[in-house]
Design a protein around this ligand. Structure first.
Ligand code: NAP
Length: 513
């Protein structure tokens, strides 16, 4: 009875190391791992031991006999990956254990942010005996995008927070909620109490769509909309007008599909989810009947992943609309295109998600608010660059969501690569690009290190790489022993807590815990 990886795979590789026969591919040491849209069990080698099921943090793996009707397609997707057998070692190669020089003290590291990249970095650091980790989170809730980014109906993916909770439970980890580094405590103060500071601040903003009319009321970014329906304190009070019949989402990555699904599915299906109550009320009275998801490229160049398309196809109450004319000229043998050619028939009363390809946004039309989007039909040239054909179309809409990628913001006085929205770094060491000199004791992980790509689990390897660089520097004596211990004994919300933290961070306390 082979096991099957399904939609909620977060790609952290836990299952790979649990498997006694190395039948889950690609493995984290494989260059294909970072680009893989999910992991795949080889049905011919699976020994049905169930170890992968226990290891998966999001319950993405099932015996093939327990797949739901909608999940059955994943048996084929897993098998297809292994159709051409590749040589592989008996067990997946493990990362070498961290070896830390005994300097007669406990390694102390501050991590700024508490999303997946932060928690994976903490997990790796805590493998060092006696190491202590302080995690600073500006919000009053931890785990970043796991709470405020993952769509509320992706309940299994949200279960990754159980893994984060387990890491948080370490007695050698202190989580400081409601503390903003740069406002409540400075970088220099953190370095007074720690050997190093790791920034795991993610990509808090979004790429801006530079077209006329993009500032009209009724144009929102995916960051704002996702933050609104997930109750992110920066966006929870936003008023989103859902009174119009049609919304357009620009971009067709996984975030665009999340937004389209949340706007179209039956709000009753979100009842028991962690959606913000205000957003759920707004969705209950929404007038939206159709969401158009717009891509500049053809279907074969879609940014959404295959598992997410499978999930979208089977969302109850939502009909996916892709006329054959949208797929003319797309290559055969492409898995996403094959699924788009074979869509289930719409049911009466379904709301529609219309996937439209080869259209670039030109300008937003309207006076005092969005009325329509003007788009230009596109094609791609020999170098795969998108070029306009001059053929224009008008799409009437009352809400336009730009979902063209997240963007990291500058962090304090650290160097910043404005073109990529990242902090320049070499293997996670923050580096001044002008001098190529690393900033002492300062590191990055996650989206602020490599840009907004990959899945939750992609951050695991990324964080492990940075921690390996940090330990190398520690062993080489490049991270001086901190003079102070930064402590934050007060509970969240206690009066004067921030002031106390500032004072404690500023004091050069003798001795260490
Ligand atoms: P993304 O995957 O990078 O997609 C961005 C989309 O915006 C692409 O379709 C891109 O098209 C388009 N775009 C960029 N600039 C544009 C412009 N000026 N005009 C029109 N279209 C433009 O970004 P994302 O959807 O924000 O996702 C970020 C990461 O999070 C991804 O790695 C994603 O897989 C991950 N994520 C995963 C899940 C999940 O696993 N369930 C859920 C959410 C997010 P071009 O290709 O033409 O540039």
């Amino acid at each position: 009875m082979p096991h099957v990886v399904t939609q909620s795979c977060v790609g952290d590789g836990s299952c790979v190391y649990a498997c006694p026969v190395n039948c889950i591919q690609p493995t984290p040491d494989d260059p294909a791992f970072e680009l893989a849209e999910m992991l795949h069990v080889d049905p011919a080698s699976c020994v049905d031991c169930g170890a992968c099921i226990s290891a998966c943090p999001v319950d993405a793996i099932k015996p093939h006999t327990q797949l739901t009707e909608a999940e059955r397609v994943f048996a084929g997707i897993n098998a297809e990956y292994h159709a051409v057998p590749k040589a592989r070692p008996v067990m997946a190669p493990m990362r070498p254990r961290l070896v830390v020089k005994d300097r007669g003290e406990a390694l102390r590291v501050a991590i700024v942010g508490s999303g997946p990249a932060a928690m994976y970095a903490a997990e790796e650091l805590l493998t060092v005996p006696d190491a202590r980790v302080d995690v600073y989170e500006r919000l009053d809730q931890p785990f970043g995008l796991v709470r405020t980014g993952v769509a509320p109906d992706h309940r299994r993916t949200r279960r990754v927070s159980r893994q984060m909770e387990r890491i948080r439970e370490s007695p050698r980890l202190s989580l400081h909620l409601g503390v903003e580094v740069g406002r409540d405590v400075t970088h220099e103060q953190l370095l007074e109490g720690h050997h190093a500071v790791i920034y795991a601040v993610g990509a808090a903003s979004d790429r801006r769509l530079e077209i006329p009319g993009a500032d009209l009321p009724g144009v929102v970014s995916a960051t704002q909309l996702v933050g609104w329906y997930n109750g992110h304190p920066d966006h929870a009070d936003r008023a989103v007008d859902l009174s119009h019949r049609r919304a357009v989402v620009i971009g067709n990555g996984n975030v665009a599909l999340d937004v389209a699904r949340v706007l179209t599915q039956d709000p009753d299906a979100l009842d028991d989810s962690e959606i913000a109550p205000a957003a759920l009320s707004a969705l209950r009275t929404s007038g939206i009947e159709e969401v158009v998801v717009l891509a500049r490229r053809g279907a074969e160049g879609s940014a959404f992943t295959l598992p997410e398309l499978v999930g979208l196809r089977s969302t109850p109450g939502v009909a996916l609309d892709v006329p054959a004319s949208e797929l003319v000229g797309t290559p055969d043998g492409h898995a996403k295109v094959a699924l788009l050619r074979d869509l289930p028939a719409p049911a009466p009363g379904d709301r529609r998600i219309a996937l439209r390809f080869r259209r670039a946004p030109l300008r937003v039309l309207g006076e005092g608010g969005v009325a329509a989007l003007e788009v230009e039909r596109t094609t791609t040239d020999a170098s795969c660059a998108v070029v306009g054909t001059g053929e224009l179309e008008r799409l009437d809409a009352g809400l336009i969501v730009t979902s063209i990628g997240y963007r990291g913001l500058p962090v304090g006085d650290l160097p910043y690569d404005a073109a990529r929205g990242i902090v320049p770094n070499a293997l996670g060491r923050v580096v001044d690009p002008a001098t190529a000199v690393p900033r002492e004791g300062t590191y990055v992980v996650g989206w602020i290190k490599r840009g907004p790509s990959g899945f939750i689990g992609t951050n695991k390897g990324c964080s492990q790489d940075t921690v390996a660089a940090l330990i190398e520097d520690y062993n080489a004596g490049l991270l001086p022993s901190p003079p102070a211990v930064v402590a934050d004994p007060a509970p969240v919300g206690a009066p004067g807590r921030r002031e106390r933290l500032r004072a404690l961070a500023g004091q050069a306390l003798a001795g260490r815990r």
